[in-house]
Write a protein that binds this ligand. Structure first.
Ligand code: GRF
Length: 203
């Protein structure tokens, strides 16, 4: 069987990347292979996590004044030369254009730290998502893995997991609980699910 070659796109700390690496190590990603980590931030700690695991890394920066099309073309070139089959957005802080995502139909997945359609879309990223959930007063939040299309956080849902909001939660505490109980569990499972489908097509 030929495994699906996965590129993980990151911008920051990379705890979700780490969850993928750990899952692969435990044998929980049998149909996929973490082949490349692409960052749009040269200082992202995620790059170190990849390097110490022996995963190839690439940095694609968007220079000041550079068009999104040129920036995305750099990413596409890296992906094409590494023979990548699918992309996992794991804390990638750039919105991909409709043009870009159209080239990867049901081949890009993203993890979002709320139960979509709540607290999602443009402007809802990082701690802001959890601040909004607490401000609204919801008692349950969670995480969602979805396919990426041209609408931010708008693609078909693959998996969701609920997480309890507790009395006295701060955005930081809630963010950590959502990561531990939902994101780090869901993302590797979804990556395997999509890899399995791709690997079957490659067989
Ligand atoms: C996570 O909360 C994820 O849901 C969101 O960005 C954050 C990335 O964290 N899309 P990390 O870099 O994986 O630690």
């Amino acid at each position: 069987m030929r495994k699906a070659r996965i590129a993980v796109l990151v911008s920051g700390g990379g705890t979700n990347l780490q969850a993928l690496i750990d899952a692969q190590r435990r044998g929980e990603l049998p149909h996929g292979e973490l082949a490349l980590v692409v960052s749009n931030n040269a200082g992202a700690y995620a790059l170190e996590r990849a390097a110490r695991t022996g995963i190839e890394t690439a940095v694609c920066l968007r220079a000041k004044g550079e068009s999104r099309a040129d920036f995305e073309a750099k990413i596409q070139r890296v992906l094409a030369t590494r023979d990548i089959d699918m992309l996992v957005l794991a804390g990638f802080m750039a919105i991909l254009s409709a043009d870009f995502v159209a080239r990867w139909p049901e081949r890009i997945i993203n993890i979002h730290p709320s139960l979509i359609p709540s607290f999602c879309g443009e402007g809802f990223y990082g701690l802001r998502v959890h601040e909004a959930a607490l401000a609204y007063g919801v008692k349950v939040t969670g995480a969602t893995v979805h396919y990426v299309n041209e609408i931010p956080d708008g693609g078909r849902i693959i998996a969701q997991k609920a997480v309890e909001v507790r009395e006295g939660d701060t955005p930081e505490i809630l963010q950590r609980r959502v990561m531990e109980e939902a994101e780090w569990v869901l993302l590797p499972r979804a990556a395997e699910l999509v890899s399995e489908r791709i690997a079957a097509g490659k067989a």
